[in-house]
Unconditional design. Structure first.
Length: 279
């Protein structure tokens, strides 16, 4: 039996991944996402489709430290074999989370960081577990500015998204080193430019532009899920701290390999986590 926790599992590659693993009735799957009505409907359909009753949904705003802490400490959560940090979004206009953190950074990076932190704190990741972070090839061409990590000055939605995906890789590198002794592997992946509902939270103009781009160059959902399924099913725990694309270890940007930047991001993430808990 394998126990999965998958964030952002109500759409896109998260949901398609679940469609592949739910038919194995030895798998228990916990889906975490923001929309409770959609989540419950997805679980109902998955159970009907697969005859696997070991599928559960829990609602959580993953851009909120306090919401994530409540999720972990107020629910009975089984020990996890495979954690897939997948929930993410792009905000074309600068938007703040409930805790006044720029929302792209709050959801795409701090959501991964905080959920993993509390799962480890509560000892809910099994020895030999896998942590899989969905990153993106969008990380190329940017670095982090710790004097303005939340882009208060000169905000640009696409650059904010790119930087958040760089954070995913830096987080993967740092965490993999910390968890080697526990035989917990941490890897990340670029799924490709996948045709999904991604970006629908933005303005009509942005949605039209993104939809047009997807029609021209996006890959289908099955191709976009392949690397994630490869990491789940085929990659051994000896492989850790790597960036995957097209089902193999792939090059990433020079900034994503900077261990000093990874350390600075780690410290800033903990500072924000502790600040939000104390509010």
């Amino acid at each position: 039996m394998k126990n999965f926790l998958i964030t952002g599992g109500t759409s896109g590659i998260g949901l398609n991944c679940i469609r592949h693993i739910v038919n194995d009735h030895n798998n228990r799957i916990l889906i975490v996402s923001r929309n409770i009505e959609k989540g419950n409907l997805i679980v109902e359909r998955l159970k009907k489709y697969s005859k696997n009753n070991n599928v559960k949904f829990l609602q959580c705003d993953l851009s909120s430290t306090k919401n994530i802490k409540k999720l972990i400490f107020n629910n009975q959560i089984f020990k996890i074999d495979i954690l897939v940090n997948n929930a993410g979004a792009i905000y074309w206009k600068r938007t703040l989370s409930d805790e006044n953190i720029e929302k792209t950074f709050a959801l795409n990076h701090m959501g991964y960081f905080t959920l993993t932190h509390f799962l480890l704190e509560k000892n809910l990741l099994k020895k030999g577990a896998k942590i899989i972070n969905v990153a993106s090839g969008a990380h190329w061409g940017v670095d982090l500015n710790f004097n303005d990590i939340q882009m208060i000055k000169n905000y640009n939605g696409w650059i904010a998204y790119k930087k958040s995906k760089l954070c995913n890789i830096l987080f993967t590198r740092k965490l993999s080193n910390l968890l080697k002794s526990k035989n917990i592997s941490v890897n990340c992946l670029h799924p490709g430019f996948v045709k999904t509902d991604f970006g629908k939270n933005n303005s009509l103009l942005f949605r039209v532009i993104l939809s047009f781009a997807m029609k021209i160059s996006a890959i289908n959902i099955e191709k976009g899920t392949k690397t994630l399924l490869h990491l789940i099913n085929n990659v051994k725990n000896e492989t850790t701290g790597e960036y995957f694309y097209k089902e193999k270890i792939s090059p990433s940007s020079k900034f994503s390999k900077n261990l000093n930047t990874a350390e600075m991001l780690w410290k800033e993430s903990y500072r924000l986590l502790n600040l939000n808990i104390s509010k």
